[in-house]
Design a protein around this ligand. Structure first.
Ligand SMILES: *Cc1c(COP(=O)(O)O)cnc(C)c1O
Length: 396
C-alpha cells in the first residue's frame, strides 16, 4: 500500500510546543539540545514530587526486577497496600484502581447508576455536572465535561447529563428532579480556568445531595495528591463526599487512577460488575505506594503550604505592580493568573526564558510547580516572570 508522503505517523491530537524533552530531575527538564528548563507544569499536575523522584524510582526499579503484571484475578499485595493507605489517609472506605483520570470518572459514573438501581431508584439515571468543568475524554466523561470544544463532533452524548452553573446559588434548586443519581464536580476547576468552589455554595450542594440521597462525587484527578496544599482538596472544604476520583499525581507520572468510595456506595461493585486489565498492576501500585508514602511524611504538607503561601504572596505583589495581571487565584500549588492578554502568548514568552507553564482557558496562565519546589526555584520563576511582565508593559 502506498503511503501518503510526508505525513506524520502520529495523529495530530495535540498542538505541541516546539520543545523535545528528553530528561527530567526535580523541578528541571532538559531538551534534546541539553537546554535546561524550569518546569512549573509538573507534566500537568502529575509529577507532584518532581521528575524522577528517588524514592519512587527506587521502588519502581525494585518492582521491575520482581513482577510487572499479573491479572486482577489474583491477589496483588502492593495494590491492597495502596488501597489500605488511601483509606487510612482519607475518609473513604474502599478503592477501585484503573489507569487514568477518565477511567476513574467512568467508574464513578457507573457506580452512581448502579447505586441508584440497588436502592430502588432505577429512574435515577441522570448526572449533574458544571459549566467549565473537565472530567476526561471518554464518551461518558466528555459528556459530563462542561466545555463545548471537548464535545463537538462526538454527539450524541451520553443521555441524562445536566450542566449547571458552577458556584451559582440559584442553580442548586435544579439538582434534585427525581432523576438525578449523582453530582460530579471538581473542587477547583483545573482546565476550565482554576476556579475554586465557594465553600458556602459547596456546603449547600452537599446538603441537597444528603437530603435526597444523591451521590456527591468529587473529581480530584487534578486537585488530589497534595496539589492544593492538603493531600485532598475536600479536606479544606470540610465536606464529606461519597466518591472521590484520583489519577494524575497518584503515581508520580506512572499511569494509575483510582476511585474511592464510602462503604454504602462501594457495596454496589461486586465481582464481575466492573474491571480492567492493567488497573493497579504491581508497577503502578509500587509507584502509588512510594508516592503516597512521601506525601504523608510528617511535615511534608506543612512545608508545601508554607511555600505555596510565599509564592502566592509574591504573585499578588506582582499583580499590584503590573496591570496585565487581573487576579491571582487557586489553592496551594494549583495557581491561576488571570491576565489581560492571551495567556498562550505569556506561556511562549516564559518558554523563551526557559520556564514552562500552562494555560487554563484563553485568559488564565496556569502554574503547577512540583510540591517539592524549592524557595530558590520559586524566586527564579518570579524573577523571570517579572522580566516578562516588564517587557510586556514596555511594548504597550
Ligand atoms: C486530567 C483530568 C482528567 C482526565 O484525566 P486523564 O488521565 O487524562 O484521563 C479528569 N478530570 C480532571 C479534573 C483532570 O484534570
Amino acid at each position: 500500500m502506498a503511503k501518503i508522503e510526508n505525513q506524520a505517523a502520529l495523529m495530530s491530537t495535540y498542538a505541541r510546543f516546539p520543545i523535545t524533552i528528553t530528561k527530567g530531575k526535580g523541578t528541571y527538564v532538559w531538551d534534546d539540545k541539553n537546554e535546561m528548563y524550569l518546569d512549573f507544569t509538573s507534566g500537568i499536575a502529575t509529577c507532584n514530587l518532581g521528575h524522577v523522584p528517588d524514592p519512587v524510582a527506587q521502588k519502581l526499579h525494585q518492582q521491575l526486577d520482581t513482577l510487572w503484571h499479573c491479572s486482577n484475578l489474583y491477589e496483588i499485595p502492593l495494590q491492597t497496600k495502596l488501597a489500605e493507605e488511601l483509606v487510612l489517609y482519607s475518609q473513604f472506605d474502599q478503592v477501585f484502581f484503573c489507569n487514568s483520570g477518565a477511567e476513574a470518572n467512568e467508574a464513578a459514573l457507573k457506580i452512581a447508576r448502579k447505586y441508584a438501581k440497588d436502592h430502588g431508584h432505577s429512574e435515577r439515571t441522570s448526572v449533574v455536572s458544571f459549566k467549565d468543568s473537565f472530567h476526561g475524554r471518554t464518551f461518558a466523561t466528555l459528556s459530563v465535561t462542561g466545555q463545548e470544544k471537548v464535545q463537538k463532533g462526538y454527539e450524541p452524548l451520553m443521555p441524562g447529563v445536566r450542566s449547571l452553573n458552577f458556584n451559582e446559588e440559584s442553580d442548586l434548586g435544579k439538582i434534585h428532579n427525581g432523576k438525578t443519581a449523582a453530582v460530579l464536580l471538581e473542587l477547583v476547576q483545573g482546565e476550565g480556568g482554576v476556579n475554586p468552589a465557594h465553600k458556602e455554595w459547596l456546603h449547600s450542594l452537599q446538603d441537597i445531595c444528603q437530603a435526597y440521597d444523591i451521590l456527591l462525587m468529587v473529581d480530584e484527578v487534578q486537585t488530589g495528591m497534595g496539589r492544593t496544599g492538603t493531600l485532598f482538596a475536600y479536606e479544606q472544604y470540610g465536606i464529606e463526599p461519597d466518591v472521590l476520583t484520583l489519577a494524575k499525581g497518584l503515581g508520580s507520572g506512572f499511569p494509575i487512577g483510582a476511585m474511592l468510595a464510602k462503604t454504602h456506595v462501594a457495596k454496589s461493585f461486586t465481582p464481575g460488575t466492573h474491571g480492567t486489565t492493567f488497573g493497579g498492576n504491581p508497577l503502578a501500585a509500587a509507584a502509588g505506594v512510594a508516592t503516597l508514602s512521601e506525601m504523608t511524611k510528617p511535615g511534608f504538607m506543612k512545608e508545601v503550604q508554607k511555600k505555596a503561601a510565599f509564592f502566592k504572596e509574591q504573585l499578588e505583589h506582582l499583580a499590584n505592580q503590573f496591570s496585565v495581571i487581573k487576579k491571582v487565584k487557586g489553592m496551594g500549588f494549583l495557581i491561576g493568573i488571570e491576565v489581560d492578554m492571551e495567556a498562550k502568548e505569556l506561556v511562549t514568552l516564559l518558554q523563551e526564558k526557559h520556564i514552562l507553564t500552562l494555560t487554563a482557558g484563553p485568559k488564565v496562565l496556569r502554574i503547577l510547580p512540583p510540591l517539592t519546589v524549592t524557595t530558590e526555584e520559586i524566586n527564579e520563576f518570579l524573577q523571570k516572570f517579572e522580566e516578562v511582565l516588564i517587557s510586556i508593559q514596555k511594548s504597550k
